[in-house]
Design a binder for this molecule. Structure first.
Ligand code: G1P
Length: 306
């Protein structure tokens, strides 16, 4: 039997007017312990992937998908994120005086890109709790969530792909990827019912299961389209895996009340929460720069041939 929500969702299936998604949440309060000592005094979101801080890739994807307001959920020691997306008058004046017009345009674009808002997650209580910190900012609208550890490269940004599913079903959509069974303990895993080649109706979800208990190898990656009814479920969610309030656990309950979909996105994902993948991402983006490509390939050949 379907459970009832206090604030039931509006009917799906295209009958209600389509609500465009213009708000997003970017949780960025983590301590970055996997990247110590690099993250001792700087946020992991500011580590550069080639020539941009990691969080900028995510913000650019949000902007490309039509998001206008982004709430970054921060914690102590994250001021560098705010500074990066703020105007830097001194730097601009200096670039202007030196006639460095391209650099000037680039730094101005960073601060004009989107409306950024900030809230602090006062305690590290998990992803579900971080999303809950966005409750009053989101209000009663559908919204997007971007996790900064996942950078996804594709001409049609992953969030844009999820928005296509939203337009059709007006229901929550999760980005998923086929992952090795041995890695299920690092992901939320869905039990899928295939609708088409890449689209699934979610039958169940489980956070970080053992490989033997995982209902599939489709792992949730860091892009979600959510409806505001998730908040009342997050409020009721008790700590789960790793003793944290898990978004997956609230989604599991949401899925008892309304359909949730999963989209196996097109694109190359870089899980930069891990050092090796971080280096690979840096190389991948450097190789996309036509000025760096050949010298870098030569260098890689040189250091790998001995
Ligand atoms: C979080 C989510 C998990 C998801 C993963 C994607 O886990 O809880 O469901 O699969 O992000 O990167 P974390 O990586 O924060 O442990």
């Amino acid at each position: 039997m379907k459970k009832r929500l206090i604030n039931p969702p509006s009917p799906a299936g295209g009958r209600s007017p389509l609500r465009l998604i213009t708000k997003a949440v970017v949780p960025a309060a983590g301590l970055g312990t996997r990247f110590l000592p690099a993250t001792k005094a700087q946020p992991k979101e500011m580590l550069p992937i080639y020539d941009k801080p990691a969080i900028q890739y995510v913000i650019e994807e949000a902007v490309a998908a039509g998001i206008r307001d982004i709430l970054v959920v921060t914690g102590r020691g994250k001021q560098a994120i705010e500074n990066h997306f703020d105007r830097s008058i001194e730097l601009e004046e200096s670039l202007k005086a030196q006639g460095k017009r391209t650099a000037l345009k680039m730094v101005r674009e960073i601060s004009d890109m989107v409306n950024l808002h900030y809230v602090r997650q006062k305690e590290a209580r998990g992803l579900g709790h971080a999303v809950l910190c966005a409750k009053s900012f989101i209000g009663n609208e559908p919204f997007a969530v971007f996790l900064g550890d996942d950078i996804i490269d594709h001409p049609r940004p992953a969030m844009m792909q999820l928005m296509e599913i939203w337009k059709k079903y007006q229901a929550p959509v999760l980005a998923v990827e086929e992952i090795p069974r041995a890695r299920t303990r690092a992901y939320g895993i869905i039990k899928p019912q295939a609708i088409s080649n890449r689209l699934y109706k979610v039958q169940d979800l489980i956070e970080k299961p053992r490989p033997s208990q995982a209902p599939s190898c489709l792992g949730i990656v860091g892009r979600y389209l959510l409806t505001p009814d998730i908040f009342e479920l997050l409020e009721k969610t008790r700590p789960g895996a790793s003793g944290e309030i898990q978004l997956t656990d609230a989604l599991r309950r949401l899925n008892h009340c309304r359909p949730v979909y999963a989209w196996r996105f097109e694109g190359q994902r870089h899980d930069i929460g891990n050092k090796l993948e971080f280096v690979k991402a840096t190389l991948a983006y450097a190789l996309k720069d036509k000025d760096a490509r050949e010298p870098l390939l030569n260098y890689l050949r040189e250091i790998t041939s001995s």
